[in-house]
Design a protein around this ligand. Structure first.
Ligand code: PBG
Length: 312
């Protein structure tokens, strides 16, 4: 007899889209399994009035799902890889990393602006310290405004609060069906994405051998190597998601090229570097890049950021 597989997810529209995408893929490959979806509210979905940087506890969008998984209420959780902390709880593991979508950040603007033609002092909305730092490095005149909430809420606030532009991940905007609202896909030399951005991952119980064998079918090797390299860099730098750290690994044939960045909150100090090497050394490359950045002074920048975000 085949068992039922219960997939846990947050209940935001994007999370549900992602979960159904995974469910459909699995159901097509394994028509005999009954696969169902159960939604769980996470801290990150409940606390909507506080800036992310201030509540920047690791696993804000994932913890409740992990608790439910360990309790056996769900069998696996579908996450945006960028929201999944680099250290997982004892007993859980990443079972698959699906093919990455476009990792870039994008500009959405009801006024039709791209970054280069935003007027002096324009108000740009993002709650990400990584985006803020890089935007200020590129355009120190911009006013960065905090915006919280799921994608629907942020899109609404763009117009309600009359921001000039809103920065979001291409993957989320496109999954929500809003591709035509994108004014610009931001080049990597202006904004390096978040670790894991654009990729959907599956977390499961380490000892669930049957499910592990099922989900590897939707693992995408190149995306997995890229994201493992990025996560190894992040882990070594000990940054949560609310620290100005960016990364992007590209895998071509047997080679991984990994670029990474650490910045101060105002973008005035910004270290960017890259390493390249063998794809089967992806995680070592991430550590190598972190070491390279640390040798250039990343530690001082990160310590200052932690102090400043705690004070804020
Ligand atoms: N932190 C929220 C979040 N988590 C994942 C995505 C986008 C989808 C993805 O990166 O796979 C978003 C929205 C955004 O940053 O615009």
């Amino acid at each position: 007899m085949t068992r039922e597989i219960i997939i846990g997810t947050r209940d935001s529209a994007l999370a549900l889209w992602q979960t159904n995408w995974v469910k459909d893929k699995l159901q097509r490959l394994y028509p005999d399994y009954k696969i169902s979806v159960k939604s769980v509210k996470t801290q990150g979905d409940k606390i909507l009035d506080v800036a992310l940087a201030k509540i920047g506890d690791k696993g804000l969008f994932t913890k409740e799902l992990e608790v439910a998984m360990l309790a056996g209420e769900i069998d696996m959780a579908v996450h945006s890889m960028k929201d999944l902390p680099t250290a997982l709880p004892e007993g859980l593991a990443i079972g698959a990393i699906c093919e990455r979508f476009d990792p870039r950040d994008v500009v959405v603007s009801h006024k039709g602006y791209q970054l280069a033609d935003l007027p002096e002092g324009a108000r740009v909305a993002t709650s990400s310290l990584r985006r803020r730092a890089q935007l200020l490095k590129y355009r120190p005149d911009l006013t960065i405004e905090d915006v919280r909430g799921n994608l629907n809420t942020r899109m609404r606030k763009l117009e309600e609060q009359d921001f000039d532009a809103l920065i979001l991940a291409a993957a989320g905007v496109e999954r929500m069906g809003w591709a035509e609202r994108i004014e610009e896909k931001i080049a990597y030399d202006i904004i390096l994405p978040a670790v894991g951005q654009g990729s959907i991952g599956i977390e499961l119980r380490r000892n669930d051998v049957e499910l592990k064998q099922i989900v590897v079918a939707i693992n995408h090797r190149q995306s997995q190597l890229a994201i493992l390299a990025e996560r190894a860099m992040l882990r070594k730098l000990e940054g949560g998601c609310q620290i100005p750290i960016g990364a992007l690994a590209l895998v071509e044939g047997d080679t991984v090229t990994l670029e990474g960045l650490v910045a101060s909150l105002d973008g005035t100090e910004l270290l960017r570097d890259q390493v390249a090497g063998d794809a089967d050394q992806a995680e070592q490359l991430g550590i190598q890049l972190a070491d390279k950045l640390l040798a250039r002074g990343a530690k001082k920048i990160l310590e200052a950021v932690r102090r400043e975000t705690e004070e804020a």
